[in-house]
Design a protein around this ligand. Structure first.
Ligand SMILES: [Zn+2]
Ligand SMILES: [Zn+2]
Length: 449
């Protein structure tokens, strides 16, 4: 056995005693992690450290199950200048994530079992969080014919979430067929809801700001019309629809209605749509250019309320890294997208917890439990995520310090890109440590491996 192998073994076998953390923001407890599992949860100061265990003083820190992101752009293969699986999963770990779903709009597109398996393997090599490839719905994201959904589902990558994200599956017949097809293996179609004709050349939210700036508007109805159609299609064929990055008050209302019917519809909202509004576009700084666009304060209020009451199931980052040259240019030609992995939990604290809309148990539900369910990460061959912080669960968790407030500086981020819309903003909280199946990926706010 060489030294590297011995070190790896030592790391895997290292037991950790986390002293005095507050599971889901509740009473302080000791958590003993060993052999990849939570072995014991005991009253604070009562657990005995086994011989050789590392002890981590977590007084004041909140313990949450490792976060799960349903919507990450890792950019590899094809745009390694923007992000790689290595840098993207480093960013994820620093944000408290233990699993991310990697969107399919890479180059080549993840529309075959081969590309999906390549991304899955790169994630395993990086080893910082579980990378679950999202498969394309249509070949080349072109919206003409269905991709090899079954082959991707049967592959080693076990794809269960399919999306043409970046593009909308606009053709109703293709969308219906995709929904029907994935029923066979309990898959889900994640739709980027954007009626293409209604958003031709769109640059910002259609409203007062678009009028004032003289930029083509992206109307709320272009999102809402597709969501309504897809809810009806999902109900008609009895399949599972997931709505990506819900951004308007009307969308929340439609999803609430679909859920009241008992239809299999789930939805996500991004941190940026929970905190930022379209008046930021008045700066003409393309760091605020994103698709769907930032909306109004009234939309933000309804998105927060929808997440709080469970209409919107989860927070998903839509982490969309871009190199400087694609962002620091004129608004009309700048790329859409914002980074988000390293700030997501802090933004959720600011928008939902510190406003009294969600408690920490609610945050665990919306950022770990429910996204794990939607991503089919709750067992049956896939790595398990979103499990309760209890003996026998995988030791995948995040320790978070909600105290303090610090200005976001993207230069310190592990992401290869710097296009954070929160740059220069003071946000609360700090991810202190992340554990993936008992092994620390982040300690004292820094990468541990
Ligand atoms: Zn999208
Ligand atoms: Zn996206």
């Amino acid at each position: 056995m060489n030294n590297t192998a011995m070190n790896n073994t030592a790391m895997t076998d290292q037991a950790w005693l986390i002293r005095g953390a507050r599971p889901l923001g509740g009473q302080p407890a000791d958590l003993l992690l060993a052999d990849g599992l939570i072995q014991e949860v005991a009253g604070a100061g009562t657990a005995e450290a086994p011989v050789g265990a590392q002890v981590l003083d977590a007084a004041g820190l909140i313990a949450l199950p490792g976060l799960v992101d349903l919507h990450t752009h890792l950019r590899e293969p094809g745009r390694e200048d923007a992000e790689t699986v290595e840098t993207g999963t480093a960013a994820a770990a620093l944000g408290g994530f233990t699993a991310v779903h990697a969107m399919a709009n890479t180059d080549p597109v993840a529309d075959t079992a081969g590309v999906a398996e390549q991304i899955w393997r790169l994630g395993r090599q990086a080893g910082r969080c579980d990378v679950r490839p999202v498969g394309a719905v249509t070949t080349g994201l072109e919206g003409r014919r269905l991709a090899e959904l079954g082959a991707m589902a049967d592959s080693a990558a076990r794809v269960r979430v399919f999306s043409d994200d970046g593009s909308c599956v606009a053709d109703a017949v293709l969308m219906r067929r995709a929904l029907e097809y994935v029923k066979a293996f309990d898959g889900v179609i994640a739709q980027h809801a954007q009626e293409p004709r209604l958003t031709d050349g769109a640059q910002v939210n259609e409203g007062e700001i678009s009028g004032r700036l003289g930029l083509t508007g992206w109307p709320a109805v272009a999102e809402e019309a597709i969501i309504a159609r897809d809810c009806l299609l999902a109900a008609h064929v009895g399949s599972a629809l997931h709505v990506c990055h819900v951004s308007t008050a009307g969308s929340v209302e439609i999803i609430r209605w679909a859920k009241s019917k008992g239809w299999r519809v789930t939805a996500e909202v991004t941190p940026h749509h929970l905190l930022l509004t379209d008046d930021l576009a008045a700066s003409y700084d393309p760091v605020y250019k994103v698709n769907p666009p930032l909306r109004t304060a009234a939309d933000v209020a309804e998105l927060r309320a929808g997440l709080a009451d469970g209409t919107i199931d989860c927070v998903a980052t839509d982490h969309a890294p871009h190199p400087l040259e694609d962002k620091e240019t004129e608004w009309p030609v700048a790329a859409n997208g914002m980074t988000g992995l390293e700030t997501a939990l802090r933004v959720v604290q600011e928008a939902l917890v510190d406003t009294g809309l969600l408690d920490w148990a609610g945050v665990a539900d919306r950022m770990s439990v429910r996204p794990a369910l939607i991503g089919r990460l709750t067992g049956d061959g896939a790595p398990r995520h979103g499990a309760p912080l209890a003996a026998g669960s995988p030791a995948s968790l995040v320790l978070y310090d909600p105290a303090g407030r610090e200005v976001v500086d993207p230069a310190t981020h592990a992401s290869r890109s710097r296009n954070s819309p929160f740059a220069g903003m003071a946000l609360p909280g700090r991810v202190v440590a992340t554990f993936l199946r008992g092994t620390p990926t982040v300690l004292d706010g820094k990468l541990a491996r």
